[in-house]
Every structure is written in structure tokens, then in C-alpha cells.
Design a protein around this ligand. Structure first.
Ligand code: SF4
Length: 459
């Protein structure tokens, strides 16, 4: 067993007074791989496209858009956003959920603005957040009556940091153009950016029907699915161009074209990115519940991000009844972090467990330490810059435990079945101490605390 004092002694002697923190090699294996392919002409050009000369993923070039204090596009880090599911007319509940989403790491939060009751509460929501010290920009999601609500509730138009406009749900017939124009004019008047967000479930039917008719007259008509994809893109880009003609700057426009199928989303955004340089909001619409929603969103968004496409992401998870809305923020962050695009929170590497470890101790420790570091992040972020890059490992037995633990900043290898009841802890690649007894979880947590303080506290 080791006391927290003993852990402090380790850090004091190994890190603060003597040895600096182990330099962490940042070997980009994809870069090395591509260099080794240089003599080949075949596939290397495609792979090289994905990397710029710093070895990082090259991003599709887009025009930067400022939303409140947040930049979307123009090489800014990919922004995490989310959406509330409260009744916006309930200002108290909506402000509380926005605050929770912001504390979880959402950098923009969208709210539904669908009725006069909702619009009338937007400024109150903003005031409540401001009073609570929360400055996350709020985005208003409008359908059908946005032109009226923005006109009738100027304090709502002012409090929102961005307006989402769905060109398929702006209005019908001849009114459509004028209602769209009114919303753009309001954005110009209040100096706000907009997202022109097309969704295949509410695609402009007149546009789609016209394109289907044109297609049917071709000598070799395209598949209906290809026409639908084209209609999504045409709707987004043509409405963005209309907004520019009305006078909204290109740096005030974000586009999205959401569908609910993984392959369809990838195909749509690849085309969209080829054909415009508007900042792109990425998301699989109606992704679904639980693992289905997470897997589908990750598969689609991961491929596109890997190709440099996407400036802001939202994971549209259906929460379990009474479930935590912040899950969609955590999933978005973990996609970006596991892809090496951004860092938000130290992540715990853990083995899956197998017949070599029949106790649940290591699963419980992996879970408790991950939750612990997540809870600490609001404080750690402020006092320990860089801590979000820390790696932890919790392993179930000696087979892979010490090896994996050595690759982490701090790793612990718990005893498997029949192994001696000791848990070696590795810090910066070297065995630092051995834990024993009933308080391993508490002691490991203390070791993590001490490491954070010593390694990141003096930065
Ligand atoms: S580290 Fe040990 S317990 Fe974990 S999966 Fe590997 S062999 Fe099984």
C-alpha cells in the first residue's frame, strides 16, 4: 500500500526537483507510412491529400464564421454543439439545460424557437445564463414562422447568436421567397450569422419535384437517390447565394445538408465540400438511440472529418427516457479526441477484460477514474492547462497490463485471477509504486491528482 504522501514524494523527487516530465514522442504513424510510400505513385497521392505539411489532417478550406465568441470554419478547431430538448417557453428549465450542456463542453447550444411563447422567453433565458456566468452562444432553430417571430420579438432576435433557417420549412408557394428574405434581413439588421440547414425529411418539395421531372426527361436518367442528393446540395447552395444577394456576408453563412443514412451523408458532404467554401455543420440527423446512434454518427462523421470535411459537429442522439442530454456532447468530444483532432478530457484506456480476470475491480476502477477526471475538468481546465492531453490506463492483468500502462502517462495493472494481489503503477513509462489492499481506487485517484498538480500546475 502506498500513502498519498509517498506518492507526493515520488512526484517531488522524480518530476519537480529532478527529472522533467517524460518527453512524449508524437510520432504520426500515418506520416511515416506515407513517406515510405513516396516511391510509389499509386495510392500515395490520395493519402497525402489528407495531410498538410505539419503532419496534421488537412482541412477543407472554408470561410470563417463568428458565432458569439466562437469561430466556425476557416481552420478553427472543429466546434462541438448540441441542442436542448426542453420547452423553450419554460425559461428556467431551458436555461438549466443550456448550462448543463455548456458545462459538459458544448460550445454552442441550439434551442427551438417555434412559438410566440418560446420567442418571448429567449431574452430571459439569455439573462439567466448571463447571471449564472454562462456565456455559451445560443442558436435559434426556426421553422415556418421564423420571419414573424424575429420581427415581433426583437429582444429574441438580439439575444440569439445565430439563426438556423431550413429552406424547406420557410413557407409555401410565393410566400417562401419573401419569408426567407425577411429572415436574412433580420440577420443583417442584428448582425447575426445564419445556418442554412437543409434536411432530407423536409427538403423543398417544389425543388425536388422540378429536379425529378428534369431528370426523367434525360436520355440516361440518374437514380432517384442521386437526384435527391443533388437537390439537397442545390437547396443549400442556392439559398446561401440568395442570402448573399440580399446582403448577408459569406462570413455569416454556415451550411448543412443532413440525412439519416451513413453512406448518404458521406456522399452528400463530399459533394458539398467540392462545390462551395461555406463553413460546414456536420451531423447525421435522427441518428437514433444508444449504441446505434453513437456508432452511426461516429462512422459517418469520422470518415468526413478524416477527409478534412466539417467545421462544427452535432451528434443527434435520442436520449433514453429521462436520460442525460449531455451524452451527445460527450460523444462529439470523444469522436474529435480519439481521432486526434482536439483534446477535451483525459481519456482512460482500459482492456475489455477476459477469462484471466474474473473480478470486476478493474472495470469499476476504469469507470470511476474516467468519471472522476470528467468531473474535475471544469476546475482542471482553469488551473492545469494541457491536462486534457493526459492519458490514463487501467488494465486487468499482467498479460497486457504493464505494457499498456507504460504507454500511458499513468497506468495501473490490476491483478488477474491467480496473480499476486498487487497493482503496479507506471508513471511516465516507469514503474513508480505498487498498490495493495482495499483502497486501491482512492490511492490511484490521489496519484492522478498529484500527477496533474505537478505536471500541469507549473505550466
Ligand atoms: S489485459 Fe489481461 S484481463 Fe485484460 S483483456 Fe488482456 S489478458 Fe484479459
Amino acid at each position: 500500500m502506498i500513502s498519498s504522501t509517498a506518492a507526493k514524494v515520488y512526484f517531488d523527487t522524480a518530476i519537480v526537483q529532478g527529472k522533467p516530465a517524460r518527453p512524449r514522442p508524437r510520432v504520426n504513424t500515418l506520416t511515416v507510412f506515407i513517406r515510405s510510400l513516396d516511391s510509389f505513385q499509386s495510392n500515395s497521392q490520395t493519402l497525402k491529400y489528407m495531410l498538410n505539411n505539419t503532419g496534421r489532417l488537412a482541412r477543407h478550406e472554408t470561410v470563417a464564421v463568428k458565432v458569439g465568441g466562437i469561430s466556425i470554419g476557416g481552420q478553427a478547431p472543429v466546434v462541438v454543439q448540441s441542442m436542448t430538448n426542453t420547452d423553450t417557453a419554460d425559461a428556467e428549465a431551458t436555461a438549466r439545460q443550456i448550462q448543463e450542456l455548456a458545462e459538459a463542453g458544448s460550445e454552442l447550444v441550439r434551442i427551438t424557437v417555434d412559438t410566440e411563447a418560446a420567442a418571448s422567453q429567449v431574452a430571459t433565458i439569455w439573462e439567466k445564463l448571463d447571471a449564472g456566468g454562462c456565456s455559451v452562444p445560443i442558436v435559434g432553430d426556426f421553422h415556418y414562422n421564423g420571419h414573424q417571430l424575429l420581427d415581433k420579438y426583437p429582444e429574441c432576435a438580439q439575444a440569439l447568436a445565430k439563426y438556423r433557417i431550413n429552406p424547406g420549412n420557410v413557407g409555401f408557394g410565393r410566400k417562401k421567397d419573401s419569408q426567407f428574405s425577411t429572415m436574412i434581413e433580420k440577420a443583417i439588421e442584428y448582425d447575426k450569422p445564419v445556418r442554412i440547414g437543409v434536411n432530407w425529411g423536409s427538403l423543398d418539395q417544389a425543388l425536388l419535384t422540378g429536379m425529378m421531372d428534369d431528370n426523367s426527361r434525360l436520355s440516361a436518367p440518374l437514380d432517384a437517390e442521386d437526384v435527391m442528393r443533388e437537390a439537397l446540395i442545390v437547396s443549400a447552395i442556392s439559398n446561401a447565394q440568395k442570402a448573399e444577394e440580399i446582403g448577408l456576408g459569406r462570413d455569416r453563412i454556415v451550411l448543412s445538408c443532413k440525412v439519416s443514412g451513413v453512406q448518404k451523408l458521406i456522399a452528400v458532404y463530399r459533394d458539398l465540400a467540392k462545390r462551395c467554401d461555406y463553413a460546414l455543420h456536420l451531423g447525421l440527423t435522427e441518428a437514433g438511440m444508444g449504441s446505434k446512434g453513437i456508432v452511426a454518427s461516429t462512422a459517418a462523421i469520422g470518415v468526413l472529418l478524416q477527409e478534412g470535411i466539417g467545421d462544427t459537429i452535432r451528434i443527434s442522439l435520442t436520449p433514453e427516457p429521462g436520460g442525460d442530454r449531455t451524452k451527445e456532447v460527450i460523444v462529439a468530444q470523444e469522436i474529435l479526441q480519439t481521432m486526434g483532432l482536439r483534446s477535451f478530457t483525459p481519456l482512460v484506456t482500459a482492456c475489455p477484460g477476459c477469462g484471466r480476470t474474473t473480478s470486476t475491480v478493474f472495470q469499476e476502477l476504469a469507470d470511476s477514474i474516467q468519471n472522476y477526471v470528467r468531473r474535475q475538468m471544469p476546475l482542471w481546465r482553469e488551473h492545469y492547462p494541457g491536462v486534457e492531453d493526459m492519458n490514463l490506463a487501467v488494465m486487468g492483468c499482467i498479460v497486457n497490463g504493464p505494457g499498456e500502462s507504460k504507454h500511458a502517462d499513468i497506468g495501473i495493472s490490476l491483478p488477474g485471477t491467480g496473480e499476486s494481489p498487487t497493482a503496479p503503477v507506471f508513471i511516465d513509462g516507469a514503474k513508480a509504486m505498487t498498490l495493495r489492499g482495499d483502497n486501491i481506487a482512492e490511492e490511484f485517484q490521489q496519484i492522478v491528482n498529484d500527477y496533474v498538480e505537478h505536471r500541469y500546475g507549473s505550466v
